[in-house]
Design a protein around this ligand. Structure first.
Ligand SMILES: [Zn+2]
Ligand SMILES: [Zn+2]
Length: 426
């Protein structure tokens, strides 16, 4: 349900956003058309009433003035919309970050002085003045000139239209200040719906009303911004009554409208480069208002007094701590002596326990060494015996070979003897 409601709200919001601009455009063109009609036809409310006769040149001049103002309004509005005042695509640097710099958690960047975040445009705007609902865009450092020029021509256009419509009022009021004429001027819509006036009379009365109301509103707005510009302030700075960036009348005009401030308001196409970069500003006054500074000084005084109280308390605690430390030191030396005595006792006890063990170990070691020597001796004897056996075995072998030789010799001799014996018997 909530998501459905938020979706509906988002759609309504999206639909309503361009409405002020559409309405504004409609009114500007309607008023221009009506004034042009007045100039060309000099239309009175009633056909039989006397008309003022204007020459063709005078009419042409009036039309020229009207369309010059209309052209300026439209062109300035277009350039205002096309010139983004945001920090997008701007190298903000950062090495010069100092007083006035802030951090925007939405854009996740450090922002220069006089820059602030717009939650409608969803971006930080350099030297942000305010978010203009009629154009649906913020007024900032780069598009301030177009905004002010547009406002100037709207104001002059409405003044002109009001003067031109004065005749309509005169015609209406000529009939006498009756309830009908007053109601026609105050509530022309109701008079039209209730059938009290014709559509023709309603249109003129409605536009005349719009001119007066619009003129009063735009006058207030225009002069407010004119004063701000001359004081070198933005709307946000006006609220805090600060003027730390004011550079004098001429300097403020140059910084708001550009180097050709004396000419650029005549036409938006006249180039007028801005002297600053919208990031660094010359500070000529206190950045913080005096009241705030006084409050800060009072806060500092209060914290200083608190600090003094704390220091006194700390001193008292330090005195107490000193006594405790002295007590602990004496306890410590006693404990050290006790530890030494204990260590002595333990070392003596270890000595007593270790000595018999040493004798036993020596005995064991002696037996072990003796046995090992014995084994070594036996091994040596065995080796000697083996060597001896080896020699005897070699000798025996030699004797055996000699014996074999003799055996063969004896055999030969026996054979020879037997041969001789045979010969003898024969
Ligand atoms: Zn931001
Ligand atoms: Zn904005």
């Amino acid at each position: 349900m909530t998501s459905f409601a938020s979706q509906v709200f988002l759609r309504v919001d999206k639909f309503c956003r361009p409405l002020p601009m559409v309405l504004n455009t409609f009114l500007v063109f309607s008023i221009t058309a009506e004034v042009s009609y007045l100039v060309l036809v000099e239309a009175p409310l009633e056909a039989d009433q006397k008309k003022t006769v204007w020459s063709a040149c005078w009419k042409a001049f009036h039309l020229l003035v009207q369309y010059f103002m209309l052209g300026n309004i439209c062109w300035n509005a277009l350039l205002f919309l096309r010139t983004s005042p945001s920090i997008k695509g701007v190298f903000l640097g950062g090495e010069g970050m100092g007083q006035g710099w802030r951090y925007c958690y939405t854009c996740e960047t450090h922002t220069p002085p006089r820059c602030s975040h717009c939650y409608d445009c969803k971006v930080c705007v350099l030297r942000r003045d305010h978010h203009c609902v009629f154009f649906g865009q913020c007024v900032g450092f780069r598009n301030y000139r177009y905004f002010l020029s547009c406002l100037l021509f709207m104001w002059s256009g409405l003044l002109y239209a009001t003067l031109m419509n004065a005749e309509v009022f005169i015609v209406i009021l000529k009939e006498g200040v009756t309830m009908h004429s007053v109601l026609l001027l105050i509530i022309p819509w109701i008079m039209l719906v209730s059938g009290q006036v014709t559509a023709h009379a309603f249109a003129f009365a409605f536009i005349a009303d719009t001119c007066i109301v619009g003129f009063l509103l735009v006058s207030a707005f225009f002069f407010f911004h004119l004063i701000l510009m001359l004081r070198g302030q933005t709307t946000r700075e006006w609220y805090s009554t600060r003027r730390p960036y004011s550079l004098g009348l001429r300097g403020n005009l140059r910084h708001a409208l550009g180097l050709r401030w004396y000419l650029c308001w005549l036409c938006p196409l006249i180039p007028s480069p801005l002297p600053g970069d919208g990031i660094n500003f010359q500070v000529t006054g206190l950045l913080e208002p005096t009241r705030m500074l006084k409050e800060k000084i009072a806060e500092l005084d209060y914290s200083l007094n608190q600090q003094k109280d704390l220091t006194t308390k700390m001193r008292h605690w330090l005195d107490v701590a000193d006594d405790d430390v002295a007590l602990l030191r004496s306890e410590n030396s006693t404990l050290k002596e006790k530890v030494k005595a204990l260590e002595k006792v333990i070392s003596e006890a270890q000595k007593v326990e270790a000595e018999p063990c040493k004798g036993l170990l020596a005995d064991d070691l002696g037996v072990k060494t003796f046995r090992e020597n014995k084994i070594q001796e036996l091994l040596k004897n065995l080796q000697q015996e083996r060597d001896r056996d080896h020699i005897i075995f070699s000798k025996l072998r030699a004797e055996f070979q000699t014996l074999e030789y003799f055996r063969l010799t004896n055999k030969e001799l026996n054979e020879k003897l037997e041969g001789r014996l045979d010969e003898a018997s024969l």
